[in-house]
Ligand binder design. Structure first.
Ligand SMILES: *[C@@H]1O[C@H](CO)[C@@H](O)[C@H](O)[C@H]1NC(C)=O
Ligand SMILES: *[C@@H]1O[C@H](CO)[C@@H](O)[C@H](O)[C@H]1NC(C)=O
Length: 320
């Protein structure tokens, strides 16, 4: 009789050990995903967004690797969920890797520290920089200057930055960058369009620079304090002053602000309707604009009929 409690204890220990081995066969490696530069984030297989992307042809050589950082704030949970859908369901680039990551500054709220950590466990697609979120200065420098060291083991050929209201089409981006210079490259949408060429810079909707430019930024800490305007204006200024405004690739009209005919706005050099060869669409400020955009670019093509749901994808206010 006296042995019974002991055997229950023993049994519990054995059951717990078996569960542990089933759940964590590699001996609890979850902490690994917290390290931004670790293989789980930096590898060509691309954790996070690429998980469910359409498979790449086996053994295709990778000709270029691009890191695209989406600048956003910790509280933008719904937007991140939408962006993960948007990028996960894109066709993979051909012979290229485009790793899309969210970029945050130091997280100061308790709830965000915990909830963002959970996102990191689940998706492994967030970089947290040493900067302050509510300043309109410093985040761009913090991001670009951190990249060379974070990804020293597998450097990217190009590094980009974009907004959380922009939809990059990663295959189109990779095809556009392929064959372009890998020195002093500055790729995006030149603004103001067709005006003041000596003052133009790549619009904050999104831009990409070559690795040498990123390394130069990291090696030039005085740029951190060189700001008197919007960060993206200053970025163009840095390249001019540094003699790096050389291989400038303007992606107009393949990068543009969203427009549809129910909007109360005119078409112009930066805003027009969708085009099939788009590289990036900007000003996706609400769910309807995201929905129409994703539908236009055929993200819904994988939607299969089933007895489990009745959804009429073509019941739109107007045909896009
Ligand atoms: C973050 O940046 C600040 C100011 O640039 C610096 O004083 C501090 O040491 C940095 N912290 C870390 C952990 O690198
Ligand atoms: C979407 O798919 C349709 C049918 O396959 C095709 O005709 C159209 O060009 C595609 N649209 C884009 C933007 O690729």
């Amino acid at each position: 009789m006296a042995f019974r409690p002991l055997s229950i204890v023993l049994l519990s220990v054995i059951v717990a050990a078996v569960i542990y081995l089933i759940v964590f066969p590699d001996g609890y490696k979850l902490t690994e995903v917290f390290v931004p530069g670790s293989s789980s984030c930096a590898s060509g297989n691309s954790a996070g967004f690429a998980k469910n992307q359409l498979p790449q042809a086996a053994d295709e050589p990778v000709e270029l690797r691009v890191l695209m950082g989406i600048v956003t704030v910790p509280s933008a949970y719904e937007r991140r969920a939408l962006l993960r859908l948007a990028y996960t369901l894109q066709p993979r680039p051909v012979r290229a890797v485009v790793d899309v990551r969210f970029v945050l500054c130091t997280i100061d709220k308790e709830e965000d520290r915990i909830l963002v950590s959970l996102e990191i466990i689940a998706h492994g697609d967030i970089l947290v920089m040493n900067c302050t979120e509510n300043m309109n200065e410093g985040k761009t420098y913090a991001y670009f200057s951190a990249v060379p060291e974070l990804f020293a083991e597998a450097p990217y050929d190009y590094v980009g930055k974009t907004d959380d209201d922009t939809y990059y089409r990663v295959a189109a981006l990779a095809d556009s960058l392929r064959g372009k210079s890998r020195r002093d490259a500055y790729h995006g949408f030149l603004t103001p369009c067709h005006w003041l060429p000596e003052k133009q810079y790549m619009s904050g909707m999104g831009y990409v620079v070559s690795r040498d430019v990123v390394e130069w930024i990291a090696a030039t800490p005085e740029l951190r304090d060189d700001h008197d305007d919007w960060e993206d204006v200053n970025f163009g200024g840095w390249l001019r002053k540094g003699g790096r405004y050389k291989n400038v690739y303007n992606e107009e009209p393949r990068m543009y602000d969203y427009w549809d005919r129910v909007m109360d706005a005119d078409i112009n050099c930066f805003r027009h309707e969708h085009r099939a060869d788009a590289v990036a669409v900007h000003k996706l400020k609400d769910r309807l604009k995201w929905a129409r955009t994703l539908h236009f670019f055929n993200a819904t093509q994988g939607f299969k009929p089933s007895e489990l749901y009745q959804v009429d994808l073509h019941n739109n206010i107007y045909k896009v």
